[in-house]
Design a protein around this ligand. Structure first.
Ligand SMILES: *[C@@H]1O[C@H](CO)[C@@H](O)[C@H](O)[C@H]1NC(C)=O
Ligand SMILES: *[C@@H]1O[C@H](CO)[C@@H](O)[C@H](O)[C@H]1NC(C)=O
Ligand SMILES: *[C@@H]1O[C@H](CO)[C@@H](O)[C@H](O)[C@H]1NC(C)=O
Ligand SMILES: *[C@@H]1O[C@H](CO)[C@@H](O)[C@H](O)[C@H]1NC(C)=O
Ligand SMILES: *[C@@H]1O[C@H](CO)[C@@H](O)[C@H](O)[C@H]1NC(C)=O
Ligand SMILES: *[C@@H]1O[C@H](CO)[C@@H](O)[C@H](O)[C@H]1NC(C)=O
Ligand SMILES: *[C@@H]1O[C@H](CO)[C@@H](O)[C@H](O)[C@H]1NC(C)=O
Ligand SMILES: *[C@@H]1O[C@H](CO)[C@@H](O)[C@H](O)[C@H]1NC(C)=O
Ligand SMILES: *[C@@H]1O[C@H](CO)[C@@H](O)[C@H](O)[C@H]1NC(C)=O
Length: 877
């Protein structure tokens, strides 16, 4: 098998800021680096003898993965070299080493907090149940004494600050963080050589420390605690202080964790949207097959729309985890003081949003308006009778016109200190402090702002002191989760895969999660993302494993998916998040929010499989079946029913580009008919139900309508189980993958290109600044991912003719691209071909081809083709 992808090297990537609403799909490969897997009986020594000319990056000498990663000395002809390595008898597979970017949760670090001064706003934490545990029944597991005892969870991440007082305070035997390894070292950035050492301290990023706290933080005054505090943890650090992680390091980390006795492996890491073929996903799948569950975050690209699952989360057997919003909203804030009329001076929480010229001087508070539901406070110039605002702290409600317009209108009346109070949906800071004379900007929570407005409306005088960031006491202020409380997070990346596999699998709390953070970076932080949901799911596996006495990944996963609670869909309308009257589709929330107690104790049934894919229109499978097995001692009768949800269009009307956050729901749904609507299953017996589906009618197949829903099973013993299904109206094979209008050749300096332009390329092997030197630059915009994209250089005659054809003289360096994500791809071309040769002087065109989804490489009609205008090249002497 041969999967060579190479995009860097002489074929340099030029970062671009395009006025197009797409992200540039990053070509993330390490030039000249490959992962080689040996055939049986082969090893590194034999391989070195067979194939000289490389350095070893990593030895991948594991029970489940025998191979190595290599760095070729000569990166010029890397693709050709890889092809010849692949043909060696000792080589089973070879893949390019790709780079997975660091995780990207939304981060809110608690300013300047240390464990002494930090306290919790609004009550004594140890008396309150912890919200994420209540949402998922983890509190009920803890009440039964189930904490994940005897189970070792490996966390593959940025390392862990094991000296954090809530994470055991030490490293090694007898400590919570019992073992681990730093596979990369501080200076590693994803493309250079990793330098391992024995110490997995999280000394730069903090992400892994946050993840570890979600699993096992000790109880504390701030009110959060780990979901499985009885486990032991092994920390595998795979990120340096900057950049991403290469897939060879991930293969090594997972296999090392497996061999060092991990019972569960969790990694909140991923990339490669929409495809499951990667050595790392394969490595994870093998580990799951050996009985060790792997939980992976589904990704935080919900805004990218459907078909955006990330790898390795979509690897076979791997558990991909969606995020749900915490029902509480912990805010990391500072404390200042207010006085109402002659009342006492009392503390209130606020966030300093830049400027920070809070002198602590008491000033009266003046509110723009007394309407606590208005959405346009200070969106227009203020009336003439507005007082001089320079002597006040000005209170304004967050408005749809945005903080800058608001600030502008307030500044016009002299405002120097602006306090925005929140609407409950968005609690991020407002950064207006650098505008004109604004000296300080602050944010206060909804309840505080509303209480102030009410008091002012009633004629009270409020005096507010704003203490500067350095002087103020940090507090964690927990408020109600607001309108998104308990919802499936908007940020979770949606499935399915391009091959119509369901993803994500299950959901866990990931939005607005307070947890541990490295001591050097502030001790505590609030993060949001599937990165937070993923370790929670790993903890849930540990709890179910302890309670059920099984470690079998498929068994635990089935228990978690079949008992999960599906949530209603939520949509943002006019800035407000509103629950709809239909369920969120499984392609967003998986089976739903995990209910750990029900999974551990609630049922004696197993339900297989966990989902049914009816595939797209071309590959429609009319009927699928599932099997229920009664492992209990009593007969149970189940009623089978259908809970459809709305269909979702992948494409907006009249556009070929998948929509941003999928809001295009349609009430139409598919129908399913069961071979039996009631099942009586004696103890120890199984029953199989055939599900015959018909896709919804009246939907526009050109927009790709994803239809889905749940099959509910209500048992006479009071249990309720479910499984999800999905299908697609539309032909993925016919999807237009490549955008003809946005796949073209231009000039790297930004000049416009015209046909037959002559590009003077630098001498062979010389890289120049493509912003300064006009080089050919190829763009390819992919509407959908493609399993393979080629770029052929076609030789034309020297004189211009109409409808020109010519001979391909090979692929440009960097092609073919395998498993390409959708988005904008771009290359600056120096004349080099994929075999390392340089194209001769002459006249050419480039022919870009994208393989259709489910297409057959050998058939011409399965490729979409776009040609560039003709151009000429010559080389500098
Ligand atoms: C919080 O409550 C617990 C249990 O009632 C008690 O032991 C602890 O002292 C209280 N902490 C504070 C700061 O009041
Ligand atoms: C990684 O670091 C190396 C030096 O060790 C540097 O040459 C390379 O450009 C860096 N890569 C990235 C992506 O920052
Ligand atoms: C407050 O603002 C909302 C939203 O603009 C509006 O619907 C409502 O009528 C206003 N209330 C008052 C009392 O003006
Ligand atoms: C608020 O302050 C104003 C001006 O200082 C004063 O006239 C008024 O009586 C005060 N109102 C209350 C309720 O104290
Ligand atoms: C859908 O059909 C295609 C083509 O037969 C197949 O390759 C793919 O695996 C199917 N997907 C699922 C989830 O069954
Ligand atoms: C869906 O079911 C298939 C088996 O048919 C299974 O391999 C896959 O892991 C399941 N995916 C999800 C998201 O449950
Ligand atoms: C099955 O149980 C679920 C959850 O308890 C409930 O919402 C649903 O209405 C029940 N369905 C039927 C058909 O009884
Ligand atoms: C085009 O011109 C170049 C030199 O100008 C020459 O090397 C090449 O052979 C010519 N190609 C054709 C197809 O005539
Ligand atoms: C060029 O090719 C197109 C499509 O193959 C054809 O319609 C057109 O008539 C051709 N033009 C000439 C000048 O041959």
């Amino acid at each position: 098998m041969m999967n060579a992808v190479k995009l860097l090297g002489l074929f340099a990537l030029v970062p671009l800021a395009l006025a197009i609403d797409r992200d540039i799909a990053e070509p993330l490969t390490v030039p000249g680096a490959f992962i080689v897997e040996f055939a049986d009986g082969h090893d590194a020594t034999k391989f070195r003898r067979q194939a000289p000319g490389f350095d070893t990056r990593l030895d991948l000498d594991f029970e489940l993965f025998k191979g190595m990663s290599i760095q070729l000395h000569n990166t010029d002809n890397a693709d050709e070299a890889a092809a010849s390595l692949a043909s060696l008898s000792g080589v089973k597979s070879i893949w390019p080493v790709t780079v997975v970017p660091p995780p990207n949760p939304e981060v809110h670090i608690i300013p300047g907090a240390d464990s002494e001064s930090l306290r919790r706003g609004g009550g004594n934490s140890s008396e309150v149940p912890y919200s994420t545990h209540v949402m998922t029944q983890v509190d009920k597991m803890h009440a039964k004494g189930i904490t994940g005892k005897g189970i070792k969870i490996a966390i593959v991440d940025t390392g862990i600050d094991y000296e954090h007082p809530l994470l055991g305070g030490c490293f090694g035997e007898g400590c919570l963080i019992e073992s681990g390894y730093d596979l990369v070292g501080d200076n590693y950035n994803g493309t250079n050589q990793p330098v391992p050492d024995a110490d997995p301290m999280d000394n730069c990023f903090g992400h892994g420390t946050h993840v570890a706290g979600i699993i096992a933080a000790e109880d504390n005054e701030l009110g959060f605690r780990g979901a499985a505090p009885g486990v032991r943890i092994a920390a595998y650090r795979v990120f340096g202080c900057d950049g991403g992680v290469s897939t060879d390091v991930l293969v090594a980390a997972f296999n090392r964790a497996y061999e060092e006795g991990a019972d569960i492996i969790t990694a909140s890491i991923g990339a490669n949207f929409g495809w499951s073929s990667a050595p790392w996903a394969i490595a994870a799948s093998r580990i799951v097959e050996k009985g060790v569950p792997c939980t992976l975050s589904a990704g935080n690209d919900g805004s990218e729309g459907l078909f955006h699952s990330q790898s390795a989360a979509i690897g076979k057997g791997v558990t991909s985890v969606a995020s749900f919003q915490n029902t509480k909203l912990p805010l990391s804030l500072l404390e200042s003081f207010e006085t109402i009329d002659d009342g006492p001076r009392t503390a209130f929480p606020y966030d300093a949003c830049g400027g920070d010229n809070f002198d602590g001087v008491a000033r009266p508070l003046w509110a723009v308006g007394f309407n606590t539901t208005s959405d346009d406070d200070a969106c227009y110039p203020l009336p003439d009778d507005t007082p001089d605002l320079s002597e006040y702290h000005v209170l304004v409600r967050r408005a749809t016109c945005g903080p800058f317009d608001q600030a502008e209108n307030l500044i016009a009346k002299g405002a120097r200190s602006i306090i925005v109070y929140e609407t409950g949906l968005d609690t991020s800071c407002i950064y207006v402090a650098n505008m004109n004379d604004v000296e300080a900007a602050a944010m206060v929570p909804k309840e505080i702002g509303e209480a102030w407005v009410e008091a002012l409306a009633g004629g009270a005088n409020i005096t507010v002191e704003l203490i500067s960031r350095d002087q103020a006491t940090p507090i964690v202020y927990t408020q109600d989760g607001g309108p998104t409380a308990g919802a499936a997070s908007f940020l979770t990346s949606w499935g399915p895969s391009y091959e119509m596999e369901a993803s994500p699998k299950i959901g866990a709390p990931g939005g607005n999660i307070l947890s541990t953070y490295p001591r050097a970076l502030g001790n505590y932080a609030v993060f949001s993302g599937t990165s937070m949901a993923c370790p929670f799911a790993a903890a849930a596996f540990a709890l179910v494993a302890e309670a059920r006495g099984t470690r079998e990944p498929a068994v635990i996963e089935n228990l978690l998916t079949s008992t999960a609670k599906a949530q209603r869909f939520q949509q943002v309308r006019n800035g407000e998040a509103v629950f709809q009257d239909f369920l969120a589709p499984p392609l967003q929330q998986g089976a739903g929010l995990i209910q750990v107690y029900d999974a551990a104790y609630g049922t004696t049934m197993s339900l297989e499989p966990s989902n049914l894919s009816f595939n797209d229109t071309d590959n429609f499978v009319e009927s699928r079946s599932f099997t229920l097995t009664n492992h209990g001692s009593k007969q149970v009768t189940y009623r089978v029913s259908h809970v459809p949800t709305h269909s979702f269009y992948a494409l907006p009307e009249n556009r070929r580009l998948p929509s941003r956050y999928p809001t295009q729901s349609q009430p139409e749904h598919g129908d399913v008919v069961f071979s039996a609507s009631e099942l009586t299953i004696p103890a120890g017996k199984s029953a199989t139900v055939e599900v015959t589906a018909s896709p919804p009618e009246g939907l526009d197949a050109n927009r790709y309508a994803l239809w889905s829903g749940y099959i509910a099973l209500n048992g006479s013993d009071g249990t309720s189980l479910s499984l999800s299904y999905h299908g697609l109206v539309g032909s993925l094979h016919n999807a237009v993958a490549i955008d003809e209008d946005n796949t073209y050749l231009t000039v790297s300096t930004g000049e416009s290109a015209c046909p037959n332009r002559i590009y003077t390329l630098p001498p062979h092997g010389i890289i120049v600044d493509a912003w300064d030197k006009p080089l050919p630059q190829l763009y390819a915009n992919l509407y959908w991912g493609t399993a393979k994209m080629t770029g052929e250089l076609v030789r034309l005659s020297n004189t211009t003719q109409s409808n020109e054809t010519g001979e391909s003289i090979g692929q440009l360096a960097g092609f073919p691209v395998q498993w390409a994500s959708r988005g904008f791809w771009t290359w600056v071309w120096y004349g080099r071909l994929s075999d390392g040769q340089y194209a001769p002087v002459g006249r050419y065109k480039i022919v870009v081809k994208a393989l259709r989804i489910f297409g057959d490489e050998s058939k011409d009609e399965d490729w979409q083709v776009v040609e560039t205008m003709p151009f000429r090249i010559r080389y500098e002497e």
